[in-house]
Ligand binder design. Structure first.
Ligand code: ACO
Length: 461
């Protein structure tokens, strides 16, 4: 599915704006280098590619068949795909179990089973795998490469978020639309991404599991979580939201409390909104895992430091009480009216050198396990200069496994600097609370790994 040698598009159309056209165009323009076979009995050629009247007339093996024709025609075409020896059916078409057409979906699965094919969908917008330059969706084209795999049960939201990740410069290894999950589901995909060297974080929009698969979810996802971080938004938390889920993807939203327990048991990180999903993903995608809990806050603004302190307390982050010698070291980086307690307040007159020195001390001190760096826009310190200096220090300490998360506060004035930091793999947020909450999730994952890896070691012993 992710590294196919050839892809057929059944329902490839010459008409821009039709789904069968747009998927083909994305596939070509995004740079997929395997063989592409349009299938449509009404056309001979499209974008310089020969079109075939049916999948059976293609004189080559076909690994993946993308189906974008009306529902009533899908079953007979699936049968032909089986005869052809296709391995994966990517069924874009809507009109199956999500509208009560349960029998048609069951028959589709039956056909696939008979021929040993796997199904993604139906009722999906397709999938992307950036290492293969494969964009088989009718969503945005210029998906940025990176190490986050995004699995989504919602189609339209998934497409919208594809565009959002481009705007926010969040790099993805993959995007997979799950739709009705007649066969391939989020657990199996997560297991794939757990082994995928191009993926570090699995981010998921989830509405519900298949009925009866809760235990399976916990057991199998826990094994995934020991290898890769999994972050999930579970939608349909409210009573009315759960009803909306039932009519959207036909999944059972279930009791939110049960999901919460299942996520905790599996070590899955829960996000409560899109912003959190990608905030946490960015942190996990770029930062090493914490080696402990003690966190230091470095700031040039007292208020920002206090906000971060509150957020740290509320999110269970242990703020370091620096030893006398460490406080003495920090003292030298600030004027006499600064503070060397935690938060380390370099004061509003801080310049780049003060931050650099404080950061070096934090990286070198074995007392400090995690760093939150805050900057409030002042006229004495150019944010871009500071951003460059932070990247430089971080690169010099690249072998030190210490997460650093930054908040640049100042709106439009800090936009370029924030972008620069994010592009250089330092997760940067517009307000302190978002940086702190993201660090809290890194620590939550650290605790889970510590507990479970140690447990399994004891068991082996
Ligand atoms: N083999 C090959 N090509 C065929 C076949 C066949 N057996 N039958 C028809 N075709 C051709 C058609 O001639 C047409 O080509 P043309 O434009 O050259 O005439 C093309 O395939 C498509 O067929 P249409 O009948 O025009 O179907 P249309 O494109 O209108 O709709 C679709 C097909 C898009 C799959 C539709 O049925 C559908 O399910 N739409 C919803 C898809 C969707 O939203 N999925 C969920 C995404 S998630 C979200 O919420 C955004």
């Amino acid at each position: 599915m992710f590294q196919p040698r050839s892809i057929a598009i059944i329902g490839a159309s010459k008409k821009p704006g039709k789904i069968g056209h747009d998927i083909l165009k994305n596939l070509i323009d995004y740079g997929y280098s395997g063989r592409i076979y349009p299938v449509n009995p009404n056309i001979d050629e499209i974008y310089g590619l020969k079109s075939y009247p049916s999948i059976l007339s293609i004189p080559d093996e076909v690994d993946v068949a993308i189906i974008a024709i009306p529902a009533e025609k899908v079953l007979s075409v699936a049968e032909e795909c089986g005869i052809k020896g296709v391995k994966i059916l990517v069924v874009i078409t809507s009109g199956f179990s999500e509208v009560g057409n349960v029998d048609a979906e069951a028959n589709l699965v039956k056909i696939a089973k008979k021929y040993g094919m796997r199904i993604l969908g139906p009722n999906i917008f397709g999938y992307v795998y950036t290492p293969s330059k494969l964009n088989a969706t009718f969503g945005p084209r210029e998906v940025l490469g990176g190490n986050i795999a995004f699995i989504t049960q919602s189609g339209a939201l998934g497409i919208a978020l594809m565009g959002w990740t481009i705007m926010e410069e969040i790099g993805l290894s993959s995007i997979v639309s799950l739709g009705n999950m007649s066969d391939i589901d989020m657990i199996e995909l997560s297991e794939y991404f757990a082994e995928d060297p191009n993926t570090k974080v699995i981010a998921m929009y989830l509405e519900g599991l298949k009925p009866g698969s809760g235990k399976d979810f916990v057991e199998r996802m826990r094994r995934v979580v020991l290898k890769k971080t999994v972050i999930v938004i579970k939608a349909g938390r409210s009573e009315r939201g759960a009803l909306a889920v039932a009519s959207h993807t036909g999944s059972l939203a279930g009791s939110d409390m049960l999901y919460d327990v299942a996520f905790k048991q599996a070590g899955v990180i829960r996000a409560y909104g899109i912003e959190e999903l990608f905030d946490y993903s960015r942190a996990f995608a770029t930062q090493p895992l914490p080696q402990g809990e003690e966190t230091i806050i470095i700031t040039n603004g007292g208020g920002a430091g206090v906000m971060a302190t509150d957020a740290a307390e509320e999110n269970g982050i242990k703020l370091l009480n620096p030893s006398d010698s460490l406080r003495e070291a920090f003292r030298k980086t600030m004027p006499w009216f600064g503070s060397s307690k935690n938060p380390i307040d370099l004061t509003g007159q801080a310049v780049v050198e003060n931050y650099v020195e404080a950061l070096e001390i934090a990286y070198e001190s074995p007392e400090v396990k995690n760093i939150i760096l805050l900057y409030c826009r002042t006229s004495v310190l150019d944010p871009l200069e500071l951003a460059k200096a932070i990247v430089d220090v971080k690169n010099r300490y690249r072998d030190v496994s210490k997460p650093i998360l930054v908040s640049m506060i100042g709106g439009i004035d800090v936009k370029e600097a924030s972008k620069y930091l994010n592009r250089n793999n330092i997760p940067t947020y517009p307000i302190p609370e978002r940086a702190v909450k993201s660090l809290a999730k890194l620590i939550e994952y650290y605790r889970f790994l510590k507990k479970h890896k140690l447990e399994s070691l004891t068991r082996v012993a």
